[in-house]
Design a protein around this ligand. Structure first.
Ligand SMILES: C[S@@+](CC[C@H](N)C(=O)[O-])C[C@H]1O[C@@H](n2cnc3c(N)ncnc32)[C@H](O)[C@@H]1O
Length: 247
């Protein structure tokens, strides 16, 4: 695991806390994420029927990891399909709000810094992603990475990828499916977040350990929250990548 600069980690936590406190949370959408909807059957092939709010429960539940989960509605959606979800979020008030809004009845174990539902199908580690005891929860079958890899500072990318390799128990033969939201723009004009993932990043951080497929690429519209956050960066595309075990 690369050395982590504790001061930078603390700065990062403060940055996101301030965004919540100032209600500057444009990334949060009041719906299930459209990219997850669109590619759900790629991420979880055992899902059957129409994908939507009324989708039927999956008879083959998966262990799904949502890093940097915030208070995303994707969590109750995936639970409603019968899956197990593990999230990591540093800002406890976001988890509390998710809990309240969706009647999840999570109990908090202070010693483990873990929110857990009565049936154990939802667990959220409240703390820093980079110091999360991931071995207590892996291996995950599926990862839904939205506003997560692209949220972390460029400086932390190597450490991030090391955590993900641990999350999928790389090297043990465990099979994983990983849906990764990325964005592409000219990195020299905007520092992020969201942070750009260009072909060199894919080659450096992802391809050494995973087979990477581009599922989708489309321009981000002018009125989208992502465009408002990134400002005047010129061409801005959202790209869905799909990672699986390397052959
Ligand atoms: C851009 S938001 C995305 C949230 C969620 N994935 C979604 O789609 O709505 C990033 C989230 O990650 C959290 N976060 C940022 N850095 C973190 C870290 N190092 N450890 C744990 N959580 C972190 C922030 O508090 C915020 O809720």
């Amino acid at each position: 695991m690369p050395q982590l600069d504790i001061k930078l980690l603390e700065e990062n936590t403060r940055f996101w806390e301030n965004r919540y406190r100032n209600n500057n949370i444009q990334w949060h959408i009041d719906d299930v994420n459209p990219m997850l909807f669109k590619h759900l059957k790629t991420l979880i092939p055992s899902v059957t029927g129409e994908v939507g709010e009324g989708s039927k429960a999956d008879s083959n539940p998966k262990k799904i990891f949502i890093p940097l989960c915030g208070k995303t509605k994707d969590i109750p959606f995936l639970l409603s399909l019968g899956h197990e979800v593990f999230g990591v979020e540093s800002f406890s008030a976001a988890i509390e709000e998710l809990n309240y809004d969706h009647n999840l009845e999570l109990k908090f174990d202070q010693q483990k810094s873990l929110y857990e539902s009565e049936d154990g199908r939802l667990k959220i580690y409240c703390g820093d992603f980079f110091t999360c005891p991931i071995e207590d929860f892996e291996p995950f079958d599926c990862i839904w990475d939205r506003g997560s890899f692209i949220a972390v500072d460029y400086h932390f990318r190597e450490a991030y990828v090391e955590m993900m390799k641990r999350a999928v128990a790389l090297g043990t033969g465990h099979k994983f499916r990983y849906l990764l939201q990325t964005v592409r723009y000219d990195k020299t004009v905007y520092p992020g977040p969201p942070r750009c993932v260009d072909p060199d990043d894919i080659e450096k951080f992802l391809e050494p350990w995973a087979s990477v497929q581009q599922l989708d690429r489309y321009p981000v519209s002018d009125d989208s929250p992502m465009r408002m956050t990134a400002g005047d960066v010129g061409d801005l595309d959202e790209i869905a990548l799909f990672l699986t075990n390397k052959n």
